[in-house]
Design a protein around this ligand. Structure first.
Ligand code: KG4
Ligand code: ZN
Length: 337
């Protein structure tokens, strides 16, 4: 029985797993950041300190086990906000020390990377994985639980960041992704044309900062006074199309060029309904299978951390007894090339 803890950004999450089965996956989102239009790191760490005991307790209760039943702990150690990571890591170390069980450090993006396998046990290697969140937009070719390569990544903003920044320009709340998604559902994606950066450059890299600038100029020029509310759905649908078309084109091209028959999308942005629909239909055209994890496995969650930790423990049963591991903030620092 393994308890996993995730606290890398603004979600405090704890999950209990046994043999790849998720017995509980509690996610507490720090909604107060909405008032500031973005995550405030200092406040995020303080909120993790406040909520982590209750979240862990709830995960243990929902799994209908007792703390003494735990045989291992897992925790996200990178990348993320350093103060937030420290709260989870210290809690995990303290619990592991008290129980005398191993503590497995897990890379957050690797957690997202295998969340398709957590969702669907029939997912087979190799697969192409698109990890799209507020902090990351990267494309991977995944060969096994301990081997993968990065095909490409964003050169500037992450896709989620693009959604959030455009939402801010449109006067919507934070995080903007879900709000843009909702409005886009009743809009026309062909109403306005926004740039599809690096779409045909032959690489697997992305760039989204130009889109935000283009939307800003478009709004200033077209609506110098204020944006008519009835046009928001069309604008959102057009922006969403610009983001998702590039993501889908590069992901499917990677699968075709690498002769891989399966793609997985993961990370917060993979909840986007337009992305799911377009990826699904484009994959089907190429006879490629697509797996998108359920919402609670897409967003930041401890279940994906625990799932990968169980694999690591399986590969190294006597390992992870040391509690002197560090946390790291920098994205991609420890990712294998
Ligand atoms: O993975 P995640 O929960 O946190 C990290 O960034 O690691 O992702 C959050 C991001 C935010 O930028 C949010 O706006 C975006 O995912 N997001 C969405 C949707 N739901 C969340 N973007 C587009 N459409 C959505 N439905
Ligand atoms: Zn994430």
């Amino acid at each position: 029985m393994l308890l996993a803890i995730e606290s890398s950004c603004d979600e405090t999450s704890a999950a209990v797993l046994h043999n790849s089965q998720v017995l509980s996956n509690i996610i507490s989102s720090q909604v107060f950041h909405t008032d500031y239009g973005g995550v405030i790191p200092e406040l995020a760490s303080r909120a993790h300190v406040q909520s982590i005991s209750a979240v862990v307790k709830a995960a243990i209760q929902e799994a209908q086990i007792e703390t003494k039943d735990l045989t291992a702990i897992a925790v996200t150690t990178e990348p993320g906000l350093i103060g937030s990571l420290l709260v989870g890591a210290n809690f995990a170390k303290g619990l592991a020390l008290r129980l005398g069980v191993p503590c497995v450090p897990v890379h957050h993006i690797e957690g997202h990377l295998y969340s398709g396998c957590l969702e669907d046990s029939t997912v087979e290697f190799p697969f192409i994985a698109l990890v799209v969140s507020g902090g990351h937009t990267s494309l991977f070719e995944v060969q096994s639980y301990n081997s993968y390569s990065i095909l490409g990544m964003t050169k500037d903003d992450a896709a989620g960041e693009a959604f959030d920044k455009v939402a801010k320009l449109l006067g919507l709340g934070y995080p903007g992704g879900p709000l843009v998604d909702k409005l886009a559902q009743s809009g026309n994606p062909a109403a306005y044309t926004f740039p599809r950066s690096m779409m045909h450059d032959g690489t697997y890299n992305f760039s989204f900062s130009g889109l935000k600038t283009s939307v800003r100029y478009f709004l200033q020029k077209t609506f110098p006074e204020s944006i008519p509310e009835n046009l928001l759905p069309d604008i959102c649908a057009s922006v969403q199309a610009a983001i998702t078309e590039v993501l889908v084109a590069k992901t499917i091209r990677a699968a075709v060029e690498k002769n891989v028959r399966m793609v997985v999308i993961a990370g917060g942005v993979s909840a986007n309904s337009g992305l799911r629909k377009l990826m699904n239909s484009t994959a089907a055209k190429h006879r490629i299978r697509m797996v998108a994890p359920r919402m609670s496995f897409c967003m930041d969650n401890a279940a994906m951390i625990g799932f990968l930790a169980e694999k690591k423990l399986h590969d190294n049963p006597g390992g992870f007894s040391r509690l002197d591991f560090k946390v790291h903030s920098a994205a991609m620092r420890a990712m294998r090339k």
